[in-house]
Design a protein around this ligand. Structure first.
Ligand code: ZN
Ligand code: FE
Length: 294
């Protein structure tokens, strides 16, 4: 009886001790999760729709904001005043008017800094090139040179925020038109983006997803991933919501321009061209030309 009693006490002490340890582990992991959540959600990222299908991406904390590719100033000024925000900086990916049209007025009205590659006619406070790093509102952005759509095109990648602003280089299930670069350059730029972690959120400058998926489906008619994404995105658009951001992981499955080394895409190009193409840039070029006339 006595022995049994001791045994019960020991067991109960052990379980109290275990419960304490478990509680500490739970608290520690909760703090860790909260911190991660805090870091991840420190910047709010929202689209400002403009023109027919552009998105100017607005990043903000409680008081300050950054806007990417503001092609028009007024919609940005309106959103800033609605949300009680001060504009800290403008980030520009490339020289097309739908991405820079509002930069001068925003600078004049708010005194914000302008971060951009070299662009004629744009007063830039910080000129960026591939390999540079920009610190804004406590976040670091790596500048990635991604020529192809235009020569000076850059993307802004934040490892901490797990996001990348890609302008008109990469779209959800598509890519930009090749105005200035070579197929080899554009393909290398897309491959560079594809090397980012799969969960990186990709913020593109246009809402082209449904049209891109219609093309992707013709290139890869047997892809269940493309079919499923098309159904999801149709629903999203029917609710008048943006289909962005996408992720690198999703794009690797559903974007033919990131799949120019895959048998399905190579065979689709072979069937269309009637001959085997020499290398991957040639497959990319044929695919891009096909989409231009789709
Ligand atoms: Zn463009
Ligand atoms: Fe554009």
């Amino acid at each position: 009886m006595v022995i049994l009693s001791i045994s019960v006490v020991e067991k109960s002490e052990a379980s109290v001790h275990y419960a304490k340890v478990e509680k500490i582990i739970t608290i520690k992991s909760k703090i860790f999760t909260d911190l991660r959540h805090f870091n991840r959600s420190f910047m709010n990222i929202e689209p400002i729709p403009a023109f027919d299908d552009n998105y100017f991406w607005l990043l903000s904390n409680d008081h300050k904001a950054i806007v990417v590719d503001p092609g028009d100033a007024q919609v940005v000024l309106d959103r800033l005043s609605q949300n009680g925000l001060t504009l800290d900086a403008v980030l520009v990916t490339h020289k097309h008017y739908d991405h820079i049209g509002g930069v001068g007025k925003l600078k004049a009205k708010t005194g914000c800094r302008v971060v951009a590659p070299v662009i004629d006619g744009v007063a830039v406070d910080m000129t960026v090139n591939d390999g540079d790093e920009v610190s804004l509102l406590g976040n670091k952005f790596a500048v990635l040179g991604v020529p192809g759509h235009t020569i000076e095109h850059v993307a802004y990648y934040s490892e901490g925020l797990k996001c990348c602003f890609v302008g008109d280089t990469l779209f959800s299930s598509g890519c930009g038109r090749m105005f200035e670069g070579t197929p080899k350059q554009f393909l290398a730029s897309l491959k560079r983006l594809a090397e980012l972690p799969d969960d990186t959120e990709i913020y593109c400058a246009h809402e082209y997803t449904l049209a891109n998926l219609a093309f992707a489906q013709v290139v890869e008619p047997n892809s269940s991933e493309i079919l499923a994404k098309l159904a999801r995105m149709k629903k999203t658009r029917a609710e008048n919501k943006p289909t962005l951001p996408t992720t690198i992981g999703d794009e690797k499955q559903t974007n033919p321009f990131l799949r120019t080394d895959k048998t399905q895409v190579i065979e689709a190009i072979l069937a269309r061209e009637g001959k085997k193409l020499l290398d991957e840039p040639a497959v990319f070029h044929a695919l891009r030309s096909w989409k231009d006339s789709f």
